[in-house]
Design a protein around this ligand. Structure first.
Ligand code: ATP
Ligand code: MG
Length: 423
């Protein structure tokens, strides 16, 4: 059996085609997108994934939660490990464990073995480093082979989304696909043409000319990180002068605490000792006591999840509050949309540069684009949509299945390559 698999930084989907239509499997209580999260209980046993993993962590079960494991690909973290109970787990294995359990859930649902996959990948796992980029794909391929996939094809995520979009689109358009997810921002330019007689193109690449792709390693998890580092971490001692020498505490603690793939590296005896020393040197400043509480109670993912939720709330409202009563009684932090705007100035600039690079590589000016196809959770940000409207005043913005377009497109491609009716 074949499938399309969108292993995302924040959410993952697995799709198949039924009666010509892509369909994402609803696993774990009917939700199509599964959080890319894995939880290893301290006591051992099979790891939990998705919603079950997040729930186990939030319920306070002893163990290790890992999130953003896709971000490990293409970095030195791929060769690192994390402590679980008395043992250590190579982080690379966590990727295999997650995808493997996801595959088995789908196989149980379908009562069939899945041996063939069209797997999504960002345009670049690593920026400006073709060798590192290829190495990341090779690592992923090796992991997939180890899980029993015999035929593995990769497709870049924005083209998968384009395929899904074009599947039912009946007009001609010069489109820029904008896929801004949790870990990367990926772009494709495509010329979509309707099928014979004005029928939908059907999503086959026969009806879509691919003009260019580009992508950068920047996404919603980075937005969370900057917001946390700038607005939240000062309340945990970042930048606060310490003792007589007026030295600030080391920034790496705060960088790790606000970075989804690095949080668990703080859950070590060494880090705990370091933070304890900061509490002492600060004369028991409550900000460092909060930091100690987070590291000691392993609440870093909880905090990161709250910062992410606040970021999402600021897509709807101009102000919100982080309720941090689980760190210190009655502790709450207000955040306003301006905080998010300030945090994202550099990111929005980098996104503009990446879109321009995509257009340059495609031989197109911005004015030629008449359609922007938006997918990926971060494209729901009004800030980002406003920027797109400014950069492409003539183009229509077309939101396309925010969390499902890539998985559906990969499923369509798997069917075209491996299904009974070849393209
Ligand atoms: N309404 C919203 N406003 C702002 N951000 C949002 C919103 N909804 C979701 N997000 C963000 O979107 C990101 C997840 O999007 P998505 O599921 O498309 O990513 P992904 O496919 O897992 O990641 P990638 O494709 O980069 O590997 C998260 O960072 C999440 O915080
Ligand atoms: Mg994605």
């Amino acid at each position: 059996m074949h499938c399309g698999l969108d292993f995302g930084t924040s959410n993952s989907t697995l799709g198949m085609v039924e009666d010509g239509m892509p369909h994402l499997l609803a696993l774990q209580g009917g939700r199509r997108a599964l959080p890319t999260a894995i939880f290893y209980a301290e006591t051992g046993g099979a790891p939990l994934i998705g919603h079950d993993a997040v729930r186990a962590y939030l319920d306070g079960e002893e163990g290790r939660l890992l999130r953003s494991i896709k971000s490990i690909l293409g970095t030195s973290l791929i060769d690192e490990s994390t402590r679980i109970g008395r043992g250590r787990l190579p982080l690379k294995q966590a990727i295999g464990d997650y995808i493997g359990r996801f595959k088995r859930l789908a196989e149980a649902e379908k009562d069939a073995e899945i041996t063939t996959v069209v797997h999504g990948r960002p345009v670049h796992f690593v920026d400006d480093d073709p060798v590192g980029d290829q190495a990341a794909e090779d690592s992923l391929r090796e992991i997939l082979r180890g899980l029993g996939f015999k035929h593995i094809e990769f497709q870049v995520e924005p083209l998968a989304a384009a395929r899904h979009f074009a599947h039912r689109f009946t007009r001609e358009a010069l489109a820029l696909v904008v896929d801004i997810g949790g870990g990367t921002s990926d772009f494709s330019t495509v010329h979509i043409r309707p099928g014979p007689g004005g029928r939908p193109g059907g999503g086959g690449f026969g009806h879509m000319e691919i003009l260019g792709n580009h992508g950068i390693r920047l996404g919603g998890t980075n937005f969370d990180q900057v917001l946390s580092f700038n607005e939240v971490m000062p309340h945990f001692g970042r930048g606060v002068p310490l003792g007589d020498k007026a030295m600030a505490p080391p920034n790496w603690i705060y960088a790790d605490l606000s970075s989804w793939p690095r949080i668990q590296s703080l859950y070590s005896q060494q880090a705990l000792n370091d933070v304890k020393a900061l509490v002492r040197r600060s004369g028991d400043d409550p900000r460092f006591e909060r930091l100690y509480a987070i590291v000691y109670e392993q609440l870093g993912h909880h905090l990161a999840g709250d910062v992410e939720a606040a970021k999402i709330a600021l897509s709807r409202d101009v102000a919100t509050a982080l309720d941090l009563g689980y760190i210190e009684r009655d502790f709450s932090l207000p955040l306003v949309v301006q905080d998010l705007e300030n945090a994202l100035v550099d990111s929005l600039e980098r996104l503009e540069g990446a879109m321009d690079a995509c257009l340059r590589g495609s031989g197109l000016g911005r004015e030629r684009i008449d359609l922007l196809v938006l997918t990926g959770g971060s494209t729901e940000m009004p800030l980002l949509q406003a920027q797109l409207r400014r950069l492409f005043p003539e183009a229509t913005l077309e939101p396309c299945d925010t969390f499902g377009a890539v998985g559906s497109g990969l499923a369509l491609e798997a069917e075209a390559l491996f299904g009974p009716k070849k393209e």
